[in-house]
Design a protein around this ligand. Structure first.
Ligand SMILES: [Zn+2]
Ligand SMILES: [Zn+2]
Ligand SMILES: [Zn+2]
Length: 336
């Protein structure tokens, strides 16, 4: 068991949960639920790196590992805190809340997603028809967290919007920063990273990749030495310096700047046939040079179907162009 100043790691294949052994006993995140066979087969076929024993682990899910960890160490739990609403962190939340009979806490902006009133976007590396298997049982959240509050005398909540709307980091005794997916360390899916390196979570996994970068420097206002990401190697010391190095690597132009004008809810409830795949968006953005093809404007850009989907237009790059909001409205006025 890896421990850092009273924070214990619970290894869950390529993910982690944490146990904070402080004035309150806190379980942070709950790992993945068991993955459906169709998903496992798809991942295997596509060369997904499960790592040693990972396949069997994903099949079983994280629930037993967490319970066994608590039992073996005679750890009790007072409360579960969720770093954010994604399924690899909330996969066993409803079940563990009930079994441990404890309250659940999360940032206010992610509560609608955890409670199932809004839909979390599922991993986009699996085909549409498999995405439903990532849906997680909704769970009632009892405690609504806000930025910069002290959860107790040991633990501070830091809201870093970007990975999700209500994504948080937990700062324990000004020593240990539990980051959730705010940053990640070297891991099976990012094997080229150096052992002490940090990076942002993949662009496709973020509500707003741009905000995830923009809000990162906020963490430098706090003092900490150890960084514990949910995915990948922990940074035992000098964490702040590692974070500064990452912040310096911020890309100058972030091509997804257009996404953060689309509320996540809209992204999720759009009918599937309207949804433009991310790789197509990226291709179109580059091809059209990040500007409106009609007037050259670089503001308020939208991906427009030249032939509307309702009239048989496809979701391929040939049928999609970048238009600014103004030109797009003009165009739809003409059609009507
Ligand atoms: Zn996440
Ligand atoms: Zn995650
Ligand atoms: Zn325009």
């Amino acid at each position: 068991m890896n421990s850092f100043h009273g924070v214990h790691e619970i290894e869950l294949a390529n993910t982690k949960a944490f146990y904070i052994d402080g004035s309150e006993k806190i379980l942070v995140d709950t790992g993945l639920k068991p993955l459906h066979n169709d998903v496992l087969n798809f991942l295997s076929k596509n060369g997904y790196n499960f790592g040693e024993g990972g396949f069997e682990f994903f099949k079983k899910g994280s629930h037993h590992t967490i319970l066994n960890f608590l039992k073996k160490n005679k750890f009790k739990v007072d409360v579960i805190i969720c770093t954010h609403c994604h399924g690899d962190h909330t996969g066993n939340l409803a079940q563990l809340k009930e079994e441990l009979n404890v309250p659940v806490a999360a940032h206010s902006a992610d509560i609608p997603f955890i409670e199932g009133r809004e839909k979390v976007s599922n991993p986009q590396f699996v085909p549409e028809e498999l995405q439903k298997h990532f849906d997680v049982a909704p769970c009632k959240v009892d405690i609504s967290l806000k930025d910069d509050e002290f959860f107790n005398e040991d633990l501070r909540i830091i809201h870093i919007e970007g990975h999700t709307k209500g994504n948080i980091c937990l700062l324990y005794r000004n020593k240990v920063l539990i980051t959730g997916d705010t940053v990640l360390g070297k891991n099976l899916l990012n094997p080229k990273m150096a052992p002490e390196e940090l990076n942002l979570s993949a662009e496709w996994s973020c509500f707003s990749y741009k905000k995830a970068w923009d809000n990162l420097p906020k963490l430098l206002n706090y003092s900490f030495d150890t960084i514990l990401p949910s995915h990948g190697l922990s940074i035992k010391k000098d964490g702040k310096r590692r974070l500064e190095q990452l912040i310096k690597r911020r890309p100058e132009q972030l091509i997804d700047r257009v996404y953060d004008t689309i509320p996540i809810q809209e992204k999720c409830i759009k009918p599937d046939r309207q949804r433009i795949p991310d790789e197509v968006k990226r291709f179109v953005w580059k091809r059209d040079d990040g500007s409106c093809v009609k007037c050259g404007s670089r503001e308020r850009l939208e991906f427009d179907h030249m032939v509307p989907v309702s009239k048989g237009g496809s979701n391929t790059a040939r049928n999609i162009e970048l238009l600014c909001e103004k030109c797009n409205r003009k165009k739809s006025d003409n059609i009507i």
